[in-house]
Unconditional design. Structure first.
Length: 118
């Protein structure tokens, strides 16, 4: 019903950019649910980094990524994006998208590795 399929990520040098995508299979979920991006670095707790509200579309960013990351969407493709610029080594983590009843999330993407080297 609410399958989330992620793409993007990879390895980049510090200062570089990457874009993640999250395709939501259910259009109703995409339009009405809150959608969010999370990350988890080895040995650390999962961190919420960006969120798009459900019906109101309010955008929120964690201080750790504010000004460097931006969230966007393509309604025709039911796809949520996370554009990551000015990447730092501390951004290295597995990144996840999630939908509905955040932060617990009813639906989660499979995760994608982002590695930033110095």
């Amino acid at each position: 019903q609410g399958q989330l399929v992620q793409a993007g990520g990879g390895s980049v040098q510090a200062g570089g950019s990457l874009r993640l995508s999250c395709v939501v299979s259910d259009g109703y979920v995409f339009r009405s649910c809150a959608l969010g991006w999370y990350r988890q670095a080895p040995g650390q707790e999962r961190e919420s980094i960006s969120r798009r509200g459900g019906y109101d579309g309010t955008i929120w960013y964690a201080d750790s990524v504010k000004g460097r990351f931006s969230i966007s969407q393509d309604d025709a493709k039911n796809t949520l994006y996370l554009q990551m610029n000015s990447l730092k080594t501390e951004d290295t983590a597995v990144y996840y998208c999630a939908a509905c009843r955040l932060p617990l999330g009813d639906y989660w993407g499979q995760g994608t590795q982002v590695t930033v080297s110095s």
